[in-house]
Design a protein around this ligand. Structure first.
Ligand code: FAQ
Length: 328
């Protein structure tokens, strides 16, 4: 099931110190110079493991992320909105394909990744474990969650691992259309009837906490940031990305006369940093460990798709064996 140098977590931790010190030093010099690392290049076992973990989680997030908005395709208000939402959801699934391919270059098979997702072993983004209750939720996801994803992905597309960076660049082009789609629905509701405005305000209130969690735990609590930044897999810390998002998007939300459900949220004029109330990290950790409002439902849908699609994969494998002549 595993191949191409992929070593599962437990074993890889043991091998970290076994990396040849000279090879490690050369690798780190290359990364520091800003060179891209490609799949056949030598890399430390822990670099490989961390990349697989992060890219795989990202791919799962795109697949599961299609589900909350996907439930609104049949109920979108009007044909134009339906068409745009359908295209957006389809793009998210395409992003997962790009990311699974990037993770495969590191040696973990797609089958192993899918199994780890449906068996609950792999994580995916906290935000997709909350329900999309109204059409206004589609506006909040499309505008603010896509915006948050762009902040993260634009930064990391300048990172060290070639296949991941190239996938992120392409994803970011598409995400910027998603942001426009989300912004259009968001502004439409924010400038609409009192009922539309209150529906949007309610969605914003429900999504704000998960969005604050989206960038990961605070830097003091983050387990992987230091290692990932040293190797230029992550190009900004969780707190820096959260700050960047707040600077860009809080003013846009407030301009529309909407409020945010955090009485302590304000920009400190001295440090230029955003201050906010307790983000409730207990809820974040509960959700990423499988105990959010929709975790079970999301995995059940993904599992059903896997089971129901088994015959298609089998038919494709058979067709492949029948018609494709192996290269000599
Ligand atoms: N959700 O040490 P750190 C999208 C876990 S794409 C769940 O700080 P790290 C597109 C973390 O895995 C959204 N788990 O971790 C879209 C680790 O657990 P582990 C996804 C989280 O890796 C839009 C533990 O906590 N984006 O939205 C989260 O250094 C609209 C300790 O945390 C990406 O995946 C979380 N939010 O930093 C689709 C981008 N945060 O693995 C549809 C790539 C942390 O040891 C609709 N990933 N954890 O068991 C990253 O940039 C990083 O992995 C972070 C976390 C920043 C997410």
């Amino acid at each position: 099931m595993y191949g191409g140098g992929y070593i599962p977590k437990e074993e890889s931790r043991k091998t970290v110190s076994n990396d040849d010190p000279e090879m490690l030093a050369t690798f780190e010099e290359r990364v520091t110079r800003g060179e891209k690392v490609e799949p056949r290049d030598w890399m430390p076992a822990e670099y490989r493991r961390q990349l697989i973990r992060m890219i795989e989680q990202h791919a799962h997030s795109e697949i599961i992320g299609a589900l909350p908005e996907g439930t609104w395709i049949t109920r979108a208000p009007g044909f134009r909105r339906k068409l745009a939402l359908m295209a957006k959801v389809q793009d998210e699934v395409g992003h997962a394909q790009l990311l699974y391919s990037a993770a495969e270059t590191l040696g973990k098979s797609r089958e192993a990744m899918t199994n780890d997702l449906i068996n609950g072993k792999s994580k995916y983004s906290n935000v997709f474990n909350y329900p999309a209750k109204t059409w206004a939720d589609v506006a909040v996801i499309g505008f603010l969650i896509d915006a948050a994803a762009i902040v993260n992905q634009v930064a990391n597309s300048k990172g060290s691992y070639g296949p991941y960076c190239r996938a992120l660049e392409r994803i970011c082009y598409e995400e910027s259309f998603h942001l426009k789609q989300g912004h259009s629905v968001f502004v439409y509701l924010a400038t609409g009837t009192p009922l539309q405005r209150s529906m949007l305000q309610d969605a914003l209130n429900r999504w704000w906490k998960p969005i604050m969690h989206f960038f990961g735990p605070s830097d003091e609590m983050s387990e992987h940031t230091l290692t990932l930044m040293k190797w230029k897999v992550k190009m900004a810390t969780n707190d820096d990305m959260r700050q960047q998002f707040l600077s860009l998007y809080v003013p846009k939300i407030q301009e529309l006369g909407l409020t945010l459900p955090d009485a302590e949220l304000r920009k400190d004029p001295e440090s230029g940093k955003w201050l906010f109330g307790d983000p409730d990290w207990a809820e974040f950790f509960a959700v990423i460990r499988g105990n959010g409002p929709c975790n079970a439902e999301r995995l059940a849908v993904r599992k059903a798709a896997e089971v129901n699609g088994a015959w298609v994969r089998q038919a494709l494998r058979q067709a492949d064996a029948q018609y494709v002549t192996p290269l000599a």
